[in-house]
Design a protein. Sequence first.
Lengths: 424, 145
Amino acid sequence: MLDIFNIKKSLNQNQQPAPEAVVPSMQVLQPVQPTQNQLAEVALNNINNGVIMTDAAGVIQFINPAAVTMVDCQAATNAVGLDYSLLVKIETKEGRELSPEENPLIRAMQVNQPLERYNCNLISGNSGKRIPISITMIPAGDGGHKIITFRDITKELAEESEHNEFISTASHEMRTPVATIDGYLSLCLNPQTATIDDRARGYLEAAEKASKHLGNLFQNLLDVTKLDDGRIRPEFVPAEMAGLVKQIFDDHAVKAQEKQLNFVFGVKEPSNPEDHRLEQVLYASIDQNFMREIMDNLIDNAIKYTPAGGSVYVNAVGDNDKVVISVADTGIGINSTDLQHVFQKFYRADNSDTREIGGTGLGLYIVKQRVEAMGGRVWAESTFGEGTTFYVALPRISSEEYQKRMIAVQNAGMINNNKGGTNE
Amino acid sequence: MSKVMVVEDDAALREIYSIRITAEGYEVVTAGDGEEALAVAVEQKPDLILSDVMMPKISGFDMLDILRNTPETANIHVIMMTALSADDQRARGERLGCDRYLVKSQVGIEDVINAIHEVLGDKQGAAPAAPAAPEGVPDATNPAQ
């Protein structure tokens, strides 16, 4: 036992010992070789990651000291025998409450499927302190045991935030010279302000295209990092979604017309031709700016990737708990390999069509980020060569809830306006 | 001939807007910040002010507020240009009485020109005639190549 204590000490001094650092102390132990189980226990007791093991029903059988500290239950004996959900309480990384249906840990535990690194906040003990964690769940062995592990990611988040701030500052600083380049190029290309020959026009048009691309890239980088590092947070307001989506749809009509597309607000194949669009009143609590960015990106993409003569359908429907907005096109489509990756940063389906069309590779990432920040989900379905449909599902609220929140917003608005009045 | 004042702290952008707006047949005066803009506005009495929001000394919003509360400048048309796209910022600009609120990332210089014509109500002005004549210029240089 004394020897194991020594290992403990050496592990405590150096929490992530390099293999060669462990070997010498192992050699010292030669006379009494600790069993594999004893070693495993030392490891579990000393790592910084929280480890909890439950039985098939989710009742805690084992909890390591790091987990005791993080969930703040004072001692392992207080935890063993309790249901895991009483101790491992989580909310989204943005600080939003998770209903049992949307809580990935609860879902994973119920269906006994692994949960891979989910970033969220751990609500610690009675103090209610929030610890940003990355949590996993692994079903273990035949006994139906489940292992929950979680790691404090405060430091990683701080580093990420520093990183984001750098990108954001750099993008902002670079936008000004890009605007200047754009401006002078447009003066060159405008016959009212400059005289150039045809060759120069060709070159300058190419430069202008690249400069516009660069400008969009910086703008998108700024948009991405602003939400990542919490400089913007969704401001939820109640809204009627069919009307809101129609309004954004209307703003794109000219562009769709210019490209000679059949641009329709409604379903692609109405089951009843007379009922081209079922008039539904759909309420949701959303951020207006996010909604605008999401729809602009999806509709712009649909228009961009659909050749002249094709169709783009924008629609909003609802069921009991969701509002589902769809943007369908009859464009070039996305093959199944690319489809899995379209929401990743800088992922671009690599083929001649997409290279020709151009884009920053951040548009759909922004869409996903914004949708998820509003508690929604985005996905895509596509048949290569036939078209793509993007879906955005957002939590639906009842009309009573809508009225209630509307009144709350109006009251808050009046308070703000009064404040504004006294300041000015 | 209508007079347009360009208020922009970046010298290059100031030049770009001035040249482009001059090409539309307007007389252009400029200012580098809100404070200078107020002085120039009173002295030059422009018909329209095209102004950035984020500027040193006096911001575009504060400048707009002062313009609207000064009898000599209260009726000047104002188009605000900004990098701030948030709706509450737009609402603030509109509450203070600007004619148009343009978000820089969403509009190009030609959109700004269109907005000026619309606000001044001279859409059928020099615009259609002017491009026709210089368009012959590049062609004329072709044989020389």
